[in-house]
Design a protein around this ligand. Structure first.
Ligand code: B12
Ligand code: SF4
Length: 657
């Protein structure tokens, strides 16, 4: 059952700092709807689990673990076709926090026989052949972002080739599971069973975080009998409706090895409010499969001494949530408008333990907006600047980086030197379009320049993130509107790196469905289909520009204007500033990375130049009907949109952060 929404174009509700939204270069009057197409909001006051609830669940699971010796493999899906600027280094040299968090939760709950396989490092891994400690795993967990989902589905299909009698319980999750869980599921006619229809998806999808997974495991282990497979116990728990009280699951109904009849959605997850209740990240690193070209798992996980070499940057959860409400961003909806954080002492301890165990020195905060709350951010910074472990100041061992907004950086301006003292060396800022013609969250050329200069003066590298869109020209003589004009301003203001992405529809945002309904999203160009990996902002996949290929070339020219031998020479000449050689290093990374963008996206631009463009009229959807536990409309059901009043111009497109 789908959710249905009428779109009425009206001025959006704005929160702090967002005073207007304009699009396509036209003022914001009557353009955007406050469409409720983000993730559904739970009842006010019921967004979070009770304090201590995750701690008690972890404790209860440890009791159950004594009688259940589980073997688990967690795979992180990764599509190597996404390898280019601006993610070229971080995408493979930072073992993702999501799978590590799930691994840590398994070990903490008493299941140490767990292995994490990253397709980033093990692209030939074949789940159908996996064995750990001589056993086919009891659980096979797949994590994926939307743009890597094709690879995730391949992993799941391959795991389903294991004989049903030995097949692990297959659980899918990650951000794709959060925003589009129904797309994991499908039916196909199977050759192996001579023409019968079979499911192609996981046994269950988790649309939430650790608490949901651990609750699911508790429910299954509570009904599991000695020697029974996890898959069989899962089906019994499902059939006795023991899963229905766990918000955050989608499970199929139908025979275990037959076709799916319908999907049951247990609702929006409750979030853990106090992030100190999460298991320690030090546990997850011990589980990483070493990089290899083998289809099989190795006998042992990666030794602690190799972790720093393969994954020198450690992504670390410090806070979640953002007070802004940009209509192209799914983050406020995901967090149910909550700002969740770890205590400063816990963050310091995590950095210290990770440094001590694995020698990790560089930490990337997975924050949506680290400076979101000035007092809380300052509390963390003061602790990191002051704290010592075993007589050694943490700041001598840890360097950290994270994401913030221009608006909040200026609120923190007098504390930037302290942030540097605490180990902060770079901040990524969403400047989008500095003239605020696309979206205005308080950024202007002057404010952005001021924030960048203050950061440079403090010795913190400003790393701007821009969005290119249909109305923005490549160059605008005499104004600041053009892409190159803005890159030039950013560079002069001290930008050390650059991210330019084409604004691209992101599921879970207020604008997602409308963008498809308006026919802006390309279905195929010259016979080549747009595939999930192309929705990463590096490909022009949504545009109403008469010559969309120009947008594709503009992205390349934006990077070439930023990263080139001239600016490398300038960075080398000016290396005695407080940010040292970092701008020069970034120039080198940028020039190498740009070769990949040229290699991967030029063909697409040429296709758009000469090929026939076909457009989508609705977002891609799962093919199986979905309903809530009580038979009503499901929380994660795709939304169907009725456009009540079509604006004269196109909407801006939503893009992920
Ligand atoms: C760090 C980060 C990056 C890093 C990733 C580096 C790395 N190797 O880790 C970099 C900078 C490279 C990056 C790039 C991109 N990113 Co990014 N990124 C993030 C960010 C800020 C943090 C991710 C993280 O580590 N979170 C912390 C962990 C603990 O949370 P988690 O991953 O969600 O995992 C939890 C749950 O999802 C769940 N879970 C996860 N896996 C599984 C598996 C199972 C079986 C189960 C049960 C549960 C489960 O449990 C975990 C613990 O709570 C998120 C936003 C956010 N705050 O999460 C965006 C986010 C993941 N990125 C996103 C996007 C879109 C991108 C880009 C395409 C850029 C863009 N256009 O914005 C590129 C793609 C690059 C590529 N080739 O992969 C989107 C993904 C949306 C989607 N539908 O999938 C996110 C969610 C931001 C957003 N809301 O728009 N990103
Ligand atoms: S785009 Fe950035 S500032 Fe806007 S809501 Fe998302 S995280 Fe917050």
């Amino acid at each position: 059952m789908g959710r249905s929404v009428d779109l009425v174009y009206a001025r959006p509700r704005c929160t702090v700092g967002i005073d207007a939204i304009a699009m396509d270069g036209i003022a914001n009057e009557g353009r955007l709807g406050a469409f409720a197409m983000e993730l559904l909001r739970r009842t006010r006051g019921d967004e979070l689990i009770r304090p201590g609830e995750l701690l008690s669940l972890r404790h209860r699971l440890r009791q159950l673990a004594q009688k259940n010796d589980l073997v688990t493999v967690i795979a992180c899906a990764f599509d190597h076709r996404t390898r280019m600027l601006p993610f070229i280094y971080a995408d493979t040299r930072m073992a993702p926090a999501g799978v590590r968090a799930i691994g840590s939760a398994m070990v903490d709950a008493g299941f140490p026989r767990t292995r994490i396989v990253l397709q980033q490092w093990n692209r030939w891994f074949r789940p159908s052949r996996m064995q750990l400690d001589g056993r086919v795993p009891d659980l096979f967990l797949v994590s994926t972002m939307g743009m890597h989902s094709a690879r995730a589905l391949e992993l799941i299909r391959d795991a389903r080739r294991i004989d049903p009698a030995h097949r692990p319980l297959i659980i899918a999750g990650g951000s794709h599971g959060v925003y589009e869980p129904d797309r994991f599921f499908g039916n196909e006619v199977s050759d192996r069973t001579m023409g019968s229809t079979q499911s192609t998806g996981p046994d269950v999808a988790v649309t939430g975080e650790e608490f949901v997974l651990l609750s699911l495991l508790e429910a299954i282990l509570s009904v599991r009998s000695a020697g029974e497979s996890m898959r069989s116990a899962f089906f019994r728990a499902r059939d006795s409706r023991a899963l229905d009280d766990i918000p955050g699951l989608i499970y199929p109904l139908g025979q275990p090895d037959g076709a799916i009849e319908e999907l049951i959605d247990t609702g929006m997850q409750r979030l853990v409010g106090d992030l100190d209740e999460l298991p320690h990240p030090v546990l997850g690193y011990r589980l990483l499969e070493p990089p290899s070209r083998s289809t099989l798992l190795s006998a042992r996980a990666m030794p602690a001494s190799r972790i720093r070499w393969n994954s020198p940057i450690s992504s670390l959860v410090m806070t979640f949530g953002c007070k802004f409400a940009c209509p192209y961003c799914p983050i406020p909806g995901y967090n149910q408008r909550q700002h969740r954080l770890k205590s400063p002492a816990r963050i310091a301890d995590e950095m210290w333990q990770l440094n001590k165990e694995y020698g990790l020195r560089y930490f990337f905060g997975t924050d949506d907006n680290f400076f979101n709350n000035k007092a809380r951010a300052l509390d963390i910074i003061e602790t990191l600047a002051r704290v010592e472990f075993e007589g050694i100041p943490l700041r001598n061992r840890a360097r950290w980086y994270t994401e913030v907004t221009v608006h909040d950086t200026l609120q923190m301006k007098e504390h930037l030197p302290l942030a540097r003292k605490a180990g902060c060396r770079a901040l990524w800022l969403g400047v989008e379009d500095m003239t605020a013609k696309l979206v205005n969250k308080g950024q202007t050329v002057n404010k952005t320049t001021e924030a960048f200069q203050l950061m440079r003066d403090a010795g913190i590298c400003p790393m701007p993130m821009m969005m290119h869109h249909d109305s923005q020209p490549l160059y605008s003589p005499g104004t600041n509107y053009g892409l190159l004009n803005q890159v030039n301003i950013l560079r002069k203001a001290g930008a050390v790196s650059l991210q330019v992405l084409m604004i691209t529809p992101s599921p879970g945002t207020k604008l997602y469905e409308g963008t498809f309904e308006q026919g802006m999203v390309l279905q195929s160009v010259g016979g080549r289909k747009t595939l999930p990996y192309m929705f990463d902002g590096n490909y022009v996949v949504a545009s109403s520009h008469p010559r969309p290929w120009r947008k594709q070339f503009n992205l390349l020219l934006g990077y070439a204007f930023m990263y080139n031998p001239l600016w490398l020479a300038a960075a080398l000449f000016r290396r005695k500033t407080k940010v040292g050689m970092k701008p020069a290093y970034m120039q080198i990374v940028g020039m190498i990375g740009l070769t990949q963008n040229i290699r991967r996206t030029t063909g697409w631009a040429i296709r758009m130049m000469f090929g026939r463009i076909q457009r989508m009229t609705e977002p891609p959807r799962g093919t199986i009907p979905i309903r809530s536990v009580s038979g009503e409309s499901a929380a994660h059901a795709p939304v169907s949109v009725t456009i009540a009043a079509r604006p004269a111009t196109r909407m801006p497109l939503p893009v992920a952060v």
